[in-house]
Design a protein around this ligand. Structure first.
Ligand code: PEP
Ligand code: MG
Length: 566
């Protein structure tokens, strides 16, 4: 038996076989082609169709630009010699470049050689080639390169419309397993079947990294910062025990230890079972003060567990999850349908949608976020949304349209200044005017600000004047206050979210909010830390928002507190 110590990211006990997840290799295995010749042919057929589309587009645009020229964009690999370039007209030049990439250029060669060399499907080769080219080019800050990224992405989308996107689900096999990995990204975890996951062990990451937060949402024990040996094969198929309470892994446990943990696991289940009697009980302290417990969720899948555990509402819907693990932006209709369904499912209960907090560790290749030296301090959250007004307005419009169907609220992430709020308010106003003009019904909804930067804390009252509620994001607030990356496993022991500076800031936010009649909800991971429930209530926090699986333990702690006695 070997014992490894790491950090607990989520409690619980799991016993099972280990499967080691290796990024690239896993995906290639999944997208293996049975017949390479057929894949090359499929690619060629798709390529010819796309060439035809480009030719038609080119003809249409050229007709508009000049009366006489009728350039021929042939379907064969050499057609470009015969195309007459229309002087500097941007649209037509772009089409020519797209045709060139497909006709004889680097993109074509890369896809073909990937299909033959790695024996993968045409769709997978297109997706991977596009991602690789984008990530190589995005490091360069040059307008022609940006154009090239756009062109690669355009032809890939056209090709994938014909080839179909390869199903991205990561297959974990028949039996549920304990997943071990170097690191897991949010997108990868989202592609896995929750039913097949007994637990998660990673070398990198931390309790407040977003992949760990997703594991919590899935209610799966998770331990990070484990010194998995470099020869990972040693772990593959071994039996392991994860003790998510203490952050310990037992590899090939002795009989004694295994027996002991079988008993503990049963006791754990009994304890969870006994907590279930609190499902329908109120969030009321011993002396009768109500402090609502809400749920943090990442997707519609979590709504059932939020309702099951009796959440008062959704205190934080991490809306950016809907933008991850996919090939293109979700459109307004898709967003609207998801928000409408959430609003309808929760009925009268409040649902707070946090607008997309993209950037930093929440990346998708189609977002084309240039590589940053320091992404956590980079163009993320509200900064990115204000930079990409279309993206932001589309989301706000979808939220307002869905407001008609329930009790929605909207909250803005990573706010640092009043100027950002000026811009946000102007956009919200624009959206509302547009909806009114189009006769689309919507309700006036409550708005809130995430307090997760020290700057926001210092101007707490000014910010509170502008909204109806404040949400305290202790994960980022701790990271930015202590200047410690929340995902760095080496800092796990030092990343102290009980630090007096953090507790003092929480109190400052509560006071600033209350001075301006704002309700204050704590929604970072710290909200689920029952060692502090009493302290938060004493500070005057109005609500706590936690992952669904933590609602009952927090309710238990809350119901044991008597504020009057404190
Ligand atoms: C936080 O920072 O505490 C928070 C709730 O937001 P996220 O964890 O998604 O960054
Ligand atoms: Mg945050």
């Amino acid at each position: 038996m070997e014992i490894y110590k790491g950090a607990s990211a989520f409690a619980g006990i799991a016993i099972g076989k280990i499967r080691f997840y290796r990024k690239g290799e896993y995906q290639i295995r999944q997208h293996q082609a049975d017949d390479v010749k057929k894949e090359l042919k499929n690619f060629d057929v798709a390529r010819r169709h796309v060439m035809q589309t480009l030719k038609e587009e080119y003809d249409r645009m050229s007709e508009k630009q000049m009366d006489t020229a009728d350039p021929e964009l042939d379907m064969e690999p050499q057609p470009l010699d015969r195309i007459v370039k229309v002087n500097g007209e941007n649209g037509t030049n772009q089409i020519l470049e797209q045709a060139e990439l497909l006709g004889s250029g680097s993109f074509l060669r890369a896809v073909q050689s990937m299909i033959t060399g790695e024996k993968v499907t045409a769709a997978y080769a297109v997706q991977t080639t596009r991602d690789e080219m984008q990530s190589t080019f995005s490091r360069l800050n040059d307008p022609t390169i940006k154009e090239r990224i756009h062109n690669v992405s355009r032809i890939s989308s056209l090709l994938l419309e014909i080839l179909g996107e390869d199903e991205n689900k990561i297959d974990l096999g028949e039996e549920p397993v304990i997943l071990a990995a170097d690191a897991l990204s949010l997108a990868e975890l989202m592609e896995m079947d929750k039913e097949k996951l007994l637990g998660i062990v990673t070398r990198k990451g931390s309790a407040t990294s977003h992949a760990a937060i997703l594991a919590k949402n899935m209610d799966i024990p998770c331990v990070t910062g484990i010194g998995i040996p470099q020869s990972e094969e040693e772990w593959e198929d071994s039996i392991a025990i994860i003790d998510g309470y203490t952050g310990t892994i037992y590899l090939e446990p002795d009989n004694e230890v295994r027996k002991e943990y079988e008993i503990r696991r049963k006791a754990d289940l009994v304890e969870r079972e006994s907590l279930l009697k609190l499902k329908d009980k109120g969030d009321i302290t011993k002396d009768g003060r109500e402090v609502g417990i809400y749920a943090n969720i990442g997707s519609l899948d979590d709504l059932n567990s939020a309702l099951y555990y009796g959440a008062k509402g959704i205190g934080l819907l991490r809306s950016e999850f809907q933008y991850l693990g996919r090939e293109n932006y979700p459109g307004e209709e898709e967003l609207f349908q998801a928000y409408k369904k959430t609003a309808e499912t929760m009925g009268d209960r409040l649902v707070v949608i946090r607008t997309a907090d993209l950037g930093a560790d929440k990346q998708a290749s189609y977002l084309e976020i240039p590589v940053e030296t320091n992404p956590l301090m980079g163009n993320r959250g509200i900064r990115l949304s204000l930079d990409r007004k279309n993206l932001f307005k589309t989301q706000i419009r979808a939220i307002y349209r869905a407001s008609w169907y329930g009790n929605l609220g909207m909250m803005y992430p990573m706010i640092c200044s009043e100027e950002e709020m000026d811009e946000v308010e102007a956009l919200v106003m624009e959206v509302k005017e547009e909806l009114k003009a189009a006769g689309v019904p919507f309700k006036e909804i409550r708005t809130g600000i995430m307090m997760e930067t020290p700057a926001a804390v210092m101007i707490g009252e000014e910010l509170a004047k502008r909204v109806d509620f404040l949400g305290i994001g202790t994960n980022d607030l701790t990271q930015y206050t202590l200047a410690m990356d929340r995902q760095n496993p080496l800092l796990q022991k030092k990343y102290d979210d009980h630090h007096p500076a953090i507790l003092k800031m929480i109190k400052m936010i509560v006071d600033a909010g209350h001075a301006q009649n704002c309700k204050v909800c704590l929604c970072g991971e710290l909200a689920a830390d029952t060692r502090l429930t009493e302290t938060f209530l004493q500070m005057g926090v109005d609500a706590l928002s936690v992952v669904p699986a933590c609602i009952l333990p927090v309710r238990k702690a809350l119901r044991a507190v008597c504020i009057a006695e404190m």
